[in-house]
Write a protein that binds this ligand. Sequence first.
Ligand code: F6P
Length: 359
Amino acid sequence: FKRIGVLTGGGDCPGLNAVIRAVVKTAAGNGIEVWGMRNGFGGLVENQLEALAVSSVSGILPRGGTILGTTNRDNPFNYRLHKEDEVVYADLSGQALANLAAKGIEALVVIGGDGTLRIGAEFGQLGLPVIGVPKTIDNDIPGTERTFGFDTAVSVATDALDRLHTTAESHHRVMVLEVMGRYAGWIALHSGLAGGADCILIPEIPYNLAAVNAKITERRANGKLFSIIVVAEGARPLQGKMVGVKAAEGSSESIRLGGIGEKLARDIERLTGVESRCTVLGHLQRGGSPTPFDRVLATRYGVAAVECLLTGQTGCMVALQANRIVTLALADIAGKPGNVPVEGDLVADARAINICFGD
Ligand code: F6P
């Protein structure tokens, strides 16, 4: 390869710039030029491509967000177009490929979550050499123990829990922290363990409100007048639905999650009489500088992505298994869930220290 492309798709995530930097530097070391697409697959369709010299990635390692811009809306295979006040969708994958060919770009590194990786896999089927890099604070990509960005999100949520303890203890309250994670409970589970939560409610284990209330009441009977609850935005009560609002047209999601924490705090207060408050951490979990772990992981992924291309491996995703970087077929990953194993060690350890999952 003489020239490769790189793009970031989906929500922003700490460590994106670290991957871009590693891709550009590793490529340069092997005489390969890197071009960046602006705003994910949208820039590829709209021909917004720019050469990325080593100098253009200088200083970006600790920076949050992505220097390339991103969006979770644009899918070249089903591209949103505005035609005379009307929104229509068209397959512009051919145009995207033509834009790459015109610049002599022979392969693409796509850095993104499941939606982005799925589109990458589709381009792979059209013959474009593609390497995927698993990005998301949610850690919900199968086949890899870690997506970069997750460690930073957990660190932010843990810090929030440490701070919430102060008010919980002083005011004898129930403090509920709603964290992100989409349909997976990884952020809730890890931050709940790290932040000493009493209850951790995750999408994988629908919760029974009576069990949560019993935990709070039991703690009070034992002289613990406060409780800390971490609830994943995708958690739902037994026989209940996920809480959220309809996602905007063109979004990759059908529902924009959020609101379960507020509902839970209200229900707990109503049924136990204990004053309860909810904090929604939201996009604070995605913003700012990546942790050292995420910087290192993102760098390893970026290096590995280029090394795959150098060794002729394509149509794969780089992944972390037992602290080694491995590659997996993109086709085997795309579109599959990467949830918390309910019977796994971490849930068992949490149960062993008496953390309540509401079941
Ligand atoms: O996938 C990352 C994530 O932050 C999820 O945890 C969350 O549900 C979603 O993105 C929020 O997306 P948006 O920024 O589009 O509201």
